[in-house]
Write a protein that binds this ligand. Structure first.
Ligand code: FMN
Length: 167
């Protein structure tokens, strides 16, 4: 099996957010995709060890902020490489409320979902969300995973599905 074939799949880069007992929290995820259009549903895949996983399970809701090519690298640096278990991520990253959910301000769009189903894999939970709100926030280009990797030279940590061990 040639694992490099996975680098040929295309993704975006998103902030998946929710609440932790009244405090906003969340992580970076490339694994967000639209599943159906009517009713609109989306799916995300979140590692069992990520604090965001238990917060989404407890809260029953999540939001997806679509990051831009020009989004401040601090957003990915904070949400993607620290844990909400011991860090107040939104002390550094500014957010606004959309349909009662925290959404990253420095983004080009957001989607708010109610969890309607989930599937467990060995390492990740796939949450299926029914879309209850969403809006375009800016016409700037959304960040693709290829842009993050090739232009920003960003890497994926171990809990990301796109993680590839160094050769
Ligand atoms: C570009 C990128 C993509 C990522 N994609 C995912 C993903 O799809 N699912 C996931 O569980 N973690 C993903 N991660 C890793 C989490 O964002 C990271 O483990 C985070 O620190 C978890 O924080 P938490 O413990 O507060 O939930 C990604 C990270 C980066 C930088």
């Amino acid at each position: 099996m040639d694992n490099k074939v996975f680098t040929k799949l295309s993704y975006g880069v998103y902030a998946v957010t929710t609440w932790d007992s009244g405090r906003p929290t969340g992580c970076i995820a490339n694994s967000a995709m639209q599943i159906t259009s009517n009713p609109a549903t989306v799916a995300i895949s979140i590692n069992h060890n990520n604090y965001t996983n238990q917060c989404i399970a407890e809260n029953g809701r999540f939001a997806i902020s679509v990051l831009k090519e020009q989004t401040d690298p601090l957003v990915i640096g904070t949400l993607g490489f620290f844990s909400g278990r011991d860090t107040n991520k939104f002390e550094k990253v500014s957010y606004e409320l959309k349909d009662y959910m925290p959404v990253v301000t420095d983004a080009c769009g957001y989607i708010v979902c109610n969890v309607i189903n989930k599937m467990e894999t060995e390492t990740h939970t796939v949450f299926l969300g029914e879309v209850v709100a969403g809006e375009v926030m800016s016409e700037e280009d959304p960040m693709t995973y290829a842009y993050y990797h090739k232009v920003i030279k960003g890497k994926s940590p171990k809990n990301a599905p796109t993680y590839l061990p160094e050769e």
